[in-house]
Every structure is written in C-alpha cells, then in structure tokens.
Design a protein around this ligand. Structure first.
Ligand code: APR
Ligand code: PHB
Length: 388
C-alpha cells in the first residue's frame, strides 16, 4: 500500500488533518488502534476559540457546530462566596463557542466517511519506520495480517500515549513535564446548566467548574485527590461536594440528576520539542498536554493541525517554507498556552502543600483581576485565544 500522508490516530487532530488534506486533494490514510465507538465514548472539554471554529468551517464541518454550539461572551470566576464576570467580548471583541469535543469528533467522522478516504480502525501493534529516509512507512496488524503503508510523511496524531513520539530516539527529543498533585472528577448529566456562562470556582475545599454541552446537558467538575477511585464517588457525593464549593445563590439553583458519565482525569503540563523528526510530525496531544483549566487542549491541537495542513499542502505545491517552520510556529503558541493553563491552574486550585501565605496570595491575585482592567484583559485575551 502507498499513500502521501499516513495519519496515526483518529482523534480530533487526526480526523481534522485528514479533512484538510482530503479537501486539498492530498491522499491520506488514517490508522487508529481503537474502534470508532471507543473514540466517541471519551468525554473531553468543549470550549472552542474562534480560530478553531474557523478551521472546522474550512474543513467543512461547521454546520452543526453553528446550529447547536453556544456562543459565550463571558465567563464567571467565583471565590470567597462571591461571583465575578470576566467580560470576554467587552475586553477583547471576541467570543468563544461551547460545543463538545465528542460532537466535533462525530462531525469529523461523518466528513471522513463521505470523503471515501480510508480509515483503519482497530489497527494493532502500529509502528513507524524510516522516518529519516525518503520513504517512511507505517506498519500494523489487523485480522491476522501485517500491513505496511509506504508514504511521504507520517503525522503523529496519536495522543499522549501514542507510538509516534515514543519512536523518536531519546537524544533527538526534549520533554518538559509538570504533574499536578490532584485530578478532576467530571460528571455529565441531562440537567439544565447552572448559568448561561461557565463558572470557575476557587474554594478551600478545592476547585470546581460548572460547564455545559447544551441548554439541557451540563458538565461539572470538582478537584479531587489523585488517590480517589471513581467507585468511591456516588452521584450524590459528587453533587454534595460541588454544592459545598459553590456560592450560596448558585448552590441554590443547581439542578442535579443521574450521571451519564463520570470520570477522573489527572492534571498535567507537558511539551515535547521539537515537533518534527525527518518526515515524522507530531500534532495535538502527542506533542503537548495542558491542564484543562484554561480550556486550551483542543484549540492547540487545532492550531497544530492547521499549520501542518498548510505545510503539507505547500510542500506538494513546491513551497516547503511552511513545513520547515512547522515546529517553531507551533511551539511559540504552545508555550503561551502552557503558561496560561499553568497560571489558571495555580490560581484556581487548592494545593495540598500550600499554607496560609499561598492562599492569601491567591486571593490577592483574584482581587487584582476584579479591580484591574489590565489584569482581566490579560486573562480574557488568553482565554479567547491568540491570533493564528
Ligand atoms: N496507533 C494508532 N492510534 C493510536 C495509537 C497507536 N499506537 N495510540 C493512540 N492512538 C489513538 C488513540 O486511540 C486516539 O484515538 O490516537 C488518538 C489520539 O486522540 P486524542 O488523544 O484525542 O488526541 P488528539 O486527537 O491530539 O486530540 C487532542 O484531546 O485530550 C484532548 O485536550 C485534548 O482536546 C484535545 C484533544
Ligand atoms: C468542559 O466543558 O468540559 C470544560 C470547559 C472549560 C474548561 C475545561 C473543561 O476549562
């Protein structure tokens, strides 16, 4: 088998890249180790910057996003029993779109099916070869057979635990990592959202977040211990904990209901540099992770894929410049997003090691956000996203 670009991983990054390349007439194959249903079963964040929305439009999957997505011009931050709105639109002229990653993935899968380009699901033992040669290849097992796909380029869109980054010789890659001493317990339920905007809560008991997927479906999170097991958390225990962290007026209007999904995710900051190794390119979670507090994960993945798509399209037109600066272009944005996500995480969470001094500094910083337009604007600019 032979194609121009093999994309390893059919999460949002791989599917979007496949969409952009197919639209430009570049042959590509997607190789995914899981089933389509498994990929759709993962519940992840859902805040899109304008740049990501534009890219989904460009790929041809904007229709449902615009019909069903919720446009938000602000977010709320709550602490010490009060609520404060950050006027994203007023401060930056931009808004964000709330639309679940699961729905984006579903839309991109439909686009893929319609494109007629091949996607191999449930590919086993995927491996990448000859990334420095003129003819790299991707190998996998399926139905008792070994398959080899030769290609011009390999796009490693296989997430944090993928095989692509792991295949790079150690002396050619630098990894930067910070692991946080807590996780997020998330719950999805068919109950109306607490408010029409997201509420980020700083509380001594731990962080909380009130988010949503639609006008009838809510997504809530509470900071939890890394030792917690999901079985320990009944729905009732979750709702009680969330309510305890909310300001009184919000707690009073919280509508609870049975969970559709509940899961614990650890928080991590991670960057792999560079993002190109010969003919192998890393994109999305394969190259970087941000803690979800800044809502940047999917947006960064979209930017990587946008730059990689541009680079590959340029290459086939005889213009290699964009592909050559892929890594550098991506990493500049990535580090900005890493900084912001780390800062939001530090500002909003209760750290097991922090004492009264750290707590007071957090409260002073929150107070500064309310009383300084410059501070609020800095948050808003980062939240709505840097220009591409
Ligand atoms: N071979 C083939 N596929 C693989 C392999 C492998 N060895 N390892 C992992 N995969 C697949 C996974 O099963 C998954 O479907 O690669 C896909 C990677 O998808 P994601 O983890 O969703 O990563 P990405 O597409 O970059 O999406 C980034 O996900 O975690 C969020 O915040 C993040 O929203 C952002 C988005
Ligand atoms: C979500 O809706 O899942 C969500 C929203 C905002 C975040 C993180 C997660 O910062």
């Amino acid at each position: 088998m032979r194609t121009q670009v093999v994309i390893v991983g059919a999460g949002p990054s791989g599917l979007l890249l496949g969409g952009l390349l197919s639209k430009a007439g570049i042959d590509n194959m997607l190789v995914e180790q899981r089933s389509g249903e498994y990929v759709l079963g993962r519940i992840r964040a859902g805040v899109l910057e304008q740049g990501a929305v534009d890219m989904l439009d460009e790929a041809g999957v904007g229709a449902r996003l615009h019909a069903e997505g919720l446009v938000h011009g602000g977010i709320e931050i709550s602490w010490a029993g009060g609520r404060h709105r950050i006027d994203l639109h007023g401060l930056t002229g931009k808004r964000v779109m709330v639309y679940g990653q699961t729905e984006i993935t579903r839309d991109l899968m439909h686009l893929r099916e319609g494109s007629g380009r091949p996607t191999v699901y449930e590919a086993e033992s995927v491996s990448v070869h000859d990334i420095d040669g003129a003819r790299p290849s991707v190998r996998y097992h399926k139905d008792g057979q070994t398959h080899t796909i030769e290609c011009d380029f390999i796009a490693g869109c296989d997430g944090f635990h993928g095989v692509c980054r792991a295949s790079v010789p150690k002396d050619r890659i630098t990894l930067h990592e910070k692991v946080y001493p807590f996780g997020w317990l998330g719950l999805l339920a068919d109950v109306p959202p607490l408010s029409h905007e997201l509420i980020y809560v700083n509380h001594e008991r731990g962080f909380g977040l009130c988010s949503m997927r639609s006008r009838t479906r809510s997504r809530y999170y509470v900071q939890c211990s890394l030792d917690d097991r999901i079985e320990q958390w009944s729905d009732q225990a979750f709702w009680n904990e969330l309510r305890a962290r909310l300001p009184a007026d919000a707690a009073a209007s919280l509508v609870t209901g049975p969970s559709l999904e509940k899961s614990i995710a650890p928080l991590r900051s991670f960057v792999a540099e560079p993002m190109r190794f010969g003919r192998l390119f890393l994109a999305g979670d394969a190259a970087h992770i941000v803690p979800p507090t800044g809502a940047k994960g999917l947006n960064l993945a979209a930017t990587d894929v946008g730059y990689l798509g541009q680079g590959l399209i340029g290459h086939y037109k005889g213009q290699p410049a964009d592909l050559d600066r892929y890594s550098e272009r991506c990493l500049r944005r990535i580090w900005r997003a890493e900084r912001f996500s780390w800062w939001m995480t530090s500002l909003m969470h209760t750290f097991p090691t922090s004492g009264s001094f750290d707590r007071k500094v957090q409260l002073a910083e929150l107070d500064y956000l309310v009383h300084s337009e410059a501070a609020a604007r800095a948050l808003a600019e980062n939240y709505v996203g840097l220009p591409m």
